[in-house]
Design a protein around this ligand. Sequence first.
Ligand SMILES: *[C@@H]1O[C@H](CO)[C@@H](O)[C@H](O)[C@H]1NC(C)=O
Ligand SMILES: *[C@@H]1O[C@H](CO)[C@@H](O)[C@H](O)[C@H]1NC(C)=O
Ligand SMILES: *[C@@H]1O[C@H](CO)[C@@H](O)[C@H](O)[C@H]1NC(C)=O
Ligand SMILES: *[C@@H]1O[C@H](CO)[C@@H](O)[C@H](O)[C@H]1NC(C)=O
Ligand SMILES: *[C@@H]1O[C@H](CO)[C@@H](O)[C@H](O)[C@H]1NC(C)=O
Length: 416
Amino acid sequence: MSSVFSRSVSARLTPRSVNSPRVSVHRKWWVTQGPSFSNLAMVFCLASVLLVAGCIVYLYAFRYFGRGSLVAGFFDESNVCNVFDGSWVPDGSYPLYNSTECPFAERGFNCLANGRQDMNYLKWRWKPRHCDIPNFDVHEILESLRGKRVVFVGDSMSRTQWESFICILMTGVQDPNTVYEVNGNKISKTIRFLGVKFQTFNLSVEFFRSVFLVQQGLPPRHGPRRVHMTLKLDKMDDINQRWIDSDVLIFNSGHWWTPMKLFDAGFYFEVGGALKLGMSINSAFKMALDTWASWVETMVNTNRTHVFFRTFEPSHWSGSNQRACEVTEQPLSVAKANDRSEFADIIAEIVGNKTVPVTVLNVTLMGAFRSDAHIGTWSHPSTILDCSHWCLPGVPDAWNELVFSYLLTNGWKNIR
Ligand SMILES: *[C@@H]1O[C@H](CO)[C@@H](O)[C@H](O)[C@H]1NC(C)=O
Ligand SMILES: *[C@@H]1O[C@H](CO)[C@@H](O)[C@H](O)[C@H]1NC(C)=O
Ligand SMILES: *[C@@H]1O[C@H](CO)[C@@H](O)[C@H](O)[C@H]1NC(C)=O
Ligand SMILES: *[C@@H]1O[C@H](CO)[C@@H](O)[C@H](O)[C@H]1NC(C)=O
Ligand SMILES: *[C@@H]1O[C@H](CO)[C@@H](O)[C@H](O)[C@H]1NC(C)=O
């Protein structure tokens, strides 16, 4: 299985050569112009050589040392290549793994095992418009993750990415028994913590369920009866201490910020100990993210920890009440989905305002094409229709490919 991944990766290796000056042109010029120009030509050649050498040194320094600018170069729209802007292209070397052979891919996400017949949805690769995702292989990733702690925090979309991350890495592990959940727990929807250890690599890949990222509390004693729980928008989730001591920290939040999951379930907002009954969901989301960003600034050692925030993962329900949807056989040619774009604006503003280095994993557009990649009726147990979550293997693998390529391209921070 490891070879499958290596093959798929090397297949998309695009040679990246720096264009060298056209030496042949210079030579011709040198011959025909006679000795009076030779000094000038020599200077010209020398200048070209210096220019190329300068470029190489610059690129090298840019790649390995200029972290701040590199974040911009790799991930920002204003610079060289925005890896989040692109399209899906067919690629027969996919998928990256077989969920049935990965003990950490939960049955609920294994569409093939749950009866899906068409297979085309497995064979797409994300291709940024102006570049290729750098080539890597799973052994290289495992080596670079040796001794590290990778932590995912968020809702079930984070759990999916956590599973995908582990399943991709397991294709490079010889003995699957050396990879285990530290407490022997089984994956479930409501579990608060799951930690998988790759013993050979002393690597820990963990998931913490924290769907709002901020703290949940009991309602005030004399509050309205409809208030069953509060969300303390100015306080981080009480398990936040367990996220800090990590090398990679990947957050998401979004799918639970709906009237149905909040107000209909008796959740209301609280700030500074006071109920905020009339507060809009967007304002609350913004306040929670602000709390999160300040927490990153003050509590996380960003010299060591790479912090990512993944944007909203689009859904493809056909109505607004999440009762109907159709999973297609092909991706859409035009991105079209419920993408909660107001959340993207909030994330961009909050992250842009802070001085802390947080990398936005802007996966919203890439998912918006993939009406073919949702679970639909191939869930387990198969009683519900689901056009929010994704089949595994599938779209979350592409999120992880971006994480891997980011970490390999930008190098690791100084650790300890
Ligand atoms: C995945 O693995 C299972 C068990 O080894 C096998 O039966 C199945 O055919 C594989 N699926 C694919 C798509 O290769
Ligand atoms: C394993 O990694 C942890 C950090 O995640 C480190 O504290 C520990 O010393 C490492 N153990 C070995 C045997 O290398
Ligand atoms: C992070 O690195 C900067 C610059 O090297 C240093 O000034 C700062 O003290 C470091 N912070 C921590 C928490 O180690
Ligand atoms: C994500 O990318 C989309 C499309 O390129 C863009 O409109 C949006 O502003 C981006 N969001 C963030 C948070 O960077
Ligand atoms: C971002 O900074 C501007 C200027 O300092 C401020 O007006 C705005 O409220 C800030 N936004 C957030 C979300 O903190």
